[in-house]
Design a binder for this molecule. Structure first.
Ligand code: HEM
Length: 406
């Protein structure tokens, strides 16, 4: 469930939330930590854990004192920038002013106006997936709906041929995998899988970028290929970042939304419009944030909520805990879709605020609305939930459905 800010990275979960139940529901632990030790050092993981909204928000916005640049992490400084390890050359791990150059060329394409233009494409992708599910009475919501929607949408935006999609899913799974135990062999296995996937993706995109350079296509690979301000490695890094940052996160948003609706017994009210689906999805982002934590590194000695942080110290910022902070949200442990202003930070904040936030919201709005329109009954089986080993979501969510006769 834990992630590093750079998407790639073999992180360890804190001892307190390693059991299956605690992974599914780390929220009691968050509440205890927010109250007792809101900024505290974990010797085993060698990181400061930060739990309160105000502190998390502050660190994310203070780009002078805290950086997302992982090359400063001592044990990873050997991973220089090449096509083989392109993750280190992307906007997500680069601070201002360089960050502007890496994000500026594409920012416009992810603004609400541009995203609205993609909506018909997303509607078509969703409708086709639902056509395939129509004849089934049971299906796995995660495998058969929540995973394919974002994978196909991003592949289409990048202009990736359809026959490559399965391969992309395998690569992105390998890149966000987390060791299942603490043994050296398991950690090495996961790291090797990540390295191999990165190398293969790097080679694939390097070739595609070369082919499209000078072209006038509207896809994002062509746009990156023609961006003169980016180096070859930075273009490759950008393509891989989009694919990774947008897939499992959006899958988890869809899954966590239906999981929450079913748990609260409000699926029907959302279907009929008695509960506004856009607001309900926003509440799912707060209540079950797909990314529960981000990493930062201190670039100077600084005090945070009474604790002395030293230059080079690593911080783990618990978005999931900040999003349930009672100082900011009324009844934070309750799922309340009618919440008026929802100041959650599930998409981060500051210069690294999620590039794909508008796209993710639009995808979720379209996918959830169409799903509930298509089936007039949807029952999810919540009896044996398995947490995902990376980020915050579920391995599967079995659903029984019946069709809308009208
Ligand atoms: C950054 C969450 C979907 C692309 C981020 C960050 C968060 C986040 C928390 C900040 C990382 C940091 O500060 O270290 C999410 C969630 C999503 C989602 C919860 C779905 C529900 C997407 C999609 C795309 C995308 C669909 C693209 C197609 C990016 C990129 C960045 C980013 C490129 C880096 C921005 C920068 O560093 O300037 N996302 N994301 N994300 N996200 Fe998303």
């Amino acid at each position: 469930m834990q992630s590093s800010g750079s998407v790639v990275g073999v992180g360890q979960a804190p001892e307190a939330i390693r059991s299956r139940d605690r992974q599914l529901s780390p929220f009691e632990w968050y509440a205890e930590m927010r109250q007792e030790t809101p900024v505290c050092y974990d010797e085993r993981r060698e990181t400061w854990d930060v739990f309160r909204y105000e502190d998390v928000n502050h660190v994310l916005k203070d780009h002078d004192a805290f950086t997302a640049n992982r090359t400063l992490e001592a044990d990873e400084s050997s991973n220089g920038g090449s096509d083989e390890m392109p993750m280190l050359q992307t906007m997500i791990t680069t601070g201002p002013p360089e960050h502007n150059r890496l994000r500026g060329f594409i920012d416009e394409r992810f603004q609400p106006g541009a995203i609205r233009e993609y909506q018909p494409q997303v509607e078509k992708v969703t409708a086709e997936l639902l056509d395939d599910l129509e004849n089934k009475q049971q299906f796995d919501f995660v495998d058969e709906f929540a995973i394919p929607v974002p994978v196909i949408v991003i592949a289409e935006l990048l202009g990736i041929p359809a026959d490559r999609r399965e391969q992309f899913k395998e690569w992105s799974d390998a890149l966000v995998a987390r060791p299942e135990d603490d043994t050296q062999e398991e950690i090495q296995r996961v790291q090797q899988g990540q390295q191999q996937a990165q190398q293969e993706m790097g080679r694939y995109f390097a070739k595609l970028l070369e082919e499209r350079q000078g072209g006038d296509g509207d896809d994002l690979v062509t746009l990156a290929a023609n961006a003169e301000e980016l180096s070859r490695g930075e273009k490759v890094g950008f393509c891989i970042l989009l694919l990774l940052a947008g897939n499992i996160t959006t899958t988890n948003l869809l899954t966590n939304t239906i999981w929450s609706f079913e748990e609260e017994g409000i699926t029907n009210d959302v279907r009929t419009g008695a509960i506004d689906h856009e607001q309900a999805i926003e509440e799912a982002l707060r209540y079950r944030s797909p990314i529960q934590s981000l990493k930062r590194i201190a670039t100077e000695d600084v005090e945070l909520n009474g604790q002395q942080i030293q230059t080079g110290d690593i911080l783990t910022l618990w978005l999931g805990a900040a999003n349930r902070d009672p100082e900011v949200f009324d009844d934070p442990e309750e799922f309340r879709p009618e919440r008026g202003s929802n100041r959650h930070i599930a998409f981060g904040t500051g210069v690294h605020f999620c590039l794909g936030a508008h796209l993710a919201r639009m995808e979720a709005d379209v996918a959830i609305e169409q799903l509930l329109e298509r089936f007039d009954r949807l029952d999810a089986d919540l009896s044996d939930l398995q947490p995902l080993s990376s980020l915050y979501g579920l391995e599967s969510l079995p659903c029984e459905v019946s069709m809308n006769a009208h």
